[in-house]
Design a protein around this ligand. Sequence first.
Ligand SMILES: O=P(O)(O)OC[C@H](O)CO
Length: 809
Amino acid sequence: MITSVLNFVQGAVEMSTIGCVELASVVLIVYYIYAKTRAIEILGNLFPNLKLNIDYRPSIVKFNTMGNELLTTLRRNVQSETKQPNALTHAHGTNNMLELTPHAGRKPYHSMFDWGVYFPFLAQCLRIKRFVYPQVSGAVQDDLMIQRAIKQAAEQIVREQRIETHRTFKMNGETSSDIETEAKNYQDILESQERRAKSILMNMRSTLNHYLIMLTSWLLYKLLPCFLSGVVTHTKQIETLKKASERAPGIPLIFLPLHRSHLDYIMVTFILTNNDIRSPLVAAGDNLQIPVFGGLLRGLGAFFIKRKIDPVVGKKDILYRAILQQYIQHALKMSHNVEFFIEGGRTRTGKPCMPKGGILSVIVNAFMDRSIPDALLVPVSVNYERLVDGNFVREQKGETKVPESFWKAMAGIWKTLNSKYGLMRIDFNEPYSIKELVQSYNKIATDNSHFKVYKPSERTLQHNQSTSSLYGTDVVCEEHRTLIDSISREVVYDCASATSVMSTNALAFLMLTRFRNGALVTDIARELDVLRERLKGRKDMAFAGDSLHIVNYSCDLLGEVLITRTQDERGQIYLRPVPSIEAIIELSYYSNMLTPYFALQSVLMITFHELLTKTADEKITDTFADPENLPGISRKSLIDAAIANCDVLRYEFILHKPTQILSNLLEISLDELIMNGLIKLPENNDEPECNTESRKIARNIAAYLEDTDDSEYAESDYNQDEKPDIFLSHDTLTEQKAICEVLAPFSHAYLSVAQSLSILYRNSMLESEFIKFVINDISNKVNSGACPYGKYRSVLLNILRTHILIKKL
Ligand SMILES: O=P(O)(O)OC[C@H](O)CO
């Protein structure tokens, strides 16, 4: 009996335990579904009067600690979560892509019968315009050019083999092979080249797919807010782009972004797709052909190209070149849009790299041989408040790049999802037609009156063609080199000019040029106001709002490793750049975004002080330390000396478009310095004040009007007898010093390398060893306080190449 009772109790306990577990499971599942689906939000939208609590995020965070941020974002409330707390307001006229487009059923009207209202992300992705993306590889395979290239490659190998056999024959006295064996050998080589052609094409081909784009787009809408507070585009620019693509549907758009991050690839496609613009085929380096991600990128439009096209020095890979050329040509003929990074890789310094024209030359060639009627080049500027890829400090310090791999990518994604990177901004600049560009450059080339216009062949030093990247190799013809060089320089110049200034760019710039030794946060904010005022109307700012808030916000974003924040006993907050070489290199990355903009002003300011010092009775005086009784100098001598100084910087910066005249731009910059009170006109200057402004406007017009021969104007404006007509302004020495500081790191790097070059007269060294030697020397100087600037490996490389070229000449 007792046993039966005990059995019954045990059974009851077991049943109730199982029941409780089951019940708990059901509750958990329901809770999970409740959390996972948009049920509450839908009900909330359907019955707004019920005032349902739709902010369920905190409970979910508690419920699911494992996937915390990631899962929370996957289930986030559309309206409340797209904007992260404390995020900066983006500029007027811009649009945050994370807030969805009209596809989502939210705009222009809100209808309860539109399912998109309840499933906005799904609607956003399902309603994007569907384009047909024909596969290019089939057409390439059957192309006669490829068959010819296969033959040429086989013949090249046979020729090389013959030379080798002949050499062995001469050395060993063996007989050479008979005709029959040679014919069989040729057939084998031909077949192996055919197989190679197929494998190159298979590796290269893109499998751009509308459904994968849709899926990725949905995923990005869920994941991007984890680490970006906004993806900002300019509304008008998108409209222009749409109009351009709709107006001429057969004319491909060629997107040319300045490359900052691996994210650039995906983001350009994401933005275009969600604005109903055809996604491009993207030229990607084969370093990104890693498991899983390589396939994903391929499906999103990437076609992979070798970073080094000719593995053997001095020998052209005929077959690879032909396949690449035909791949791009067929893509264009099939009306695919194309995207490639004209700089080759990502910038390591933050300033734009010198362009590499390989792929551009294929596109121009396609137009020249009438394969396509025209194409529209779209310079794209990408900028991040904080760089998603981390930083390039290791590489800048001379260490080699860690190659991309699956695990590195996974670790990078995880780290990214758990960090905050602020805003991302993309600017699509006015498209220009290749047809018109080629016509205008051809006109310049034949027009003798444009003798002053920059032509690459006129440079004293020629660029060393890069061999490190495909983009640097001439894929097509030699005769277009000047044209390609000019177009690519124009594109990079336009991209750099149109890049929007992020809050972190502005703060880093101020910290490195004006406040290297630190300053009160309020002083920095005041200086930010001045900078914003100076850039107004000239450069787009990606942020708006109160400068003090912006300084604090970007200081948080850059983090304590770059800028320290301390508070004194009166409660005043003091910011200071961390004085380590690593921090300075990283801060320079952000600051360098503004360097090209101020480069000409900085050249003028440095040259001005240099000339003032020389004219002070030929005795060496520091103009900043002893500004008294310094005579002025003539405007003409300043411009002439500045032009000479710019010659060196041409290997560092693109200072002007090929169609612009450097002296005109220097005159404009000088007027700006005068207007800002950094250089003074004589006290008894009879010229009415407005003259500086009107002269500036006249110069602007002269510089930008293509057909204006302004030589007469420019000549008459100079002070012919070279009497001093510009003078040192004693009241603005701090500002002048800040402008000089823009290029000071570069000139110090040049100086250090020049000093180190003496070692090469006694020792021969590898380039890499010499770079390491110089980097060590500079690091020691920085650490000992002898030199305040951390230098850049890329700068050193440029200097070194310049030196080697001088020696060759
Ligand atoms: O900056 P790199 O040299 O790592 O190259 C990045 C490119 O995205 C490769 O296609």
